[in-house]
Write a protein that binds this ligand. Sequence first.
Ligand code: PLP
Length: 421
Amino acid sequence: MDPSPLFYQAGPALPEVSHARGVYLWDEAGREYLDGCSGAISCNLGHGRPDIRDAMLAQLDRVAFTYRTQFENAPAVALAKALVGLTHDQLQKVFFVSSGSEAVESALKLARQYFVASGEPERRRFVSLRPSYHGSTLGALGVTGYQPLEAPFTDITIGSLKVAGPDFYRHADADDTLHVERILAETRAAMEAADPDTIAAFILEPVGGASTGARMLGQAYLERIRALCDEFGCLLILDEVLTGVGRTGTWFAYQHYGVTPDLLATAKGLGAGYYPVGAVLARADIVEAVMGSGGFQHGHTYAGNPLACATALAVVEAIQREGVLSNVAARGCELEAGLEALKARFAWVGDVRGLGLLWGVELVADSDTKAPFPAEQNRFARITALAKEEGLLIYPRRTLDGVAGDHFLVTPPLTIDAADT
Ligand code: PLP
């Protein structure tokens, strides 16, 4: 291959992709890869699906793009209704975007504008977890707790009050309940010190994604954060960019816990890799307050275009039609058992955690002390490279905030079959 004019992050030269079907991809050299991480946890229905292609082609034949201020379009309305239905009408309004970062950005701005419209303009700050990942645009990056991504931009982002979430693998408290209590006490103290009346929203991922290796927050913590938001009068934004649209076995991860957000951001699996599309789901009264004060001062050109919405609608319908959520539960149990067997066999597998088909594996130098591997050993990159050599794609990271550690995600397409191993 000639040197490519493209630039991303520093890293090894990549094989050129040829084609993909189901849970497999092939490169130009003819090598086969099992997509064990759904690309970037986005190709949730696998590759090359004729039903999604047909829906996209049918929409292309009608109209690919219309601008949202000029026309209503039927796929957008149908998709919005479907998404509201998936929340059992707990969130009643939908705002479309084209990516996860845009969804988070839009949720932050909607929260802020809601308080401006409601006569509480001093509520302009956000609380988020460290570590966390909420996206790469300046607003979403501002609430992200992942030091290397933040570092060049800390002076120019909105920033947020960063607090620790529970870490059930490494905590030193006598038991999990005490740990949650301690973390919550610290969070309350930090919010009180920051003046709760200046806080617009608390944003978090209900199950951690790439920045934490699927760290679980748990029922008790999420319930108490909901209660804290209510007590302090701020909104709860759930970032379900990665966990939404079936990844954890329910349509949205919050449904495992019965902790309903005020705003929810989703993307990745909504377009399932076929088209970029995301959404913010919101409580109706929040949207009504904003719309009643002159409208939401925000929007993106491609938001809610007919092709994006027809694609996402086909994705949602496929998940419903094919009972994909039951498959997630069944395959998730098998995946958990397989990863636990790995843990029993190899001392360097420290922790296995997750839900549905979102699993994280944390690597440690010593499973007794839980000491992480030294950063310079680049274990997360090495294990990913080894897996790729064996034809398996996984999603690696090193947590750099809190206790540093290498981990990878195993997040295959939600349609994976027991035979695909
Ligand atoms: N939020 C979470 C939890 C994510 O995992 C991601 C992407 O990895 C984003 C936001 C940003 O999404 P995008 O890359 O589509 O902008």
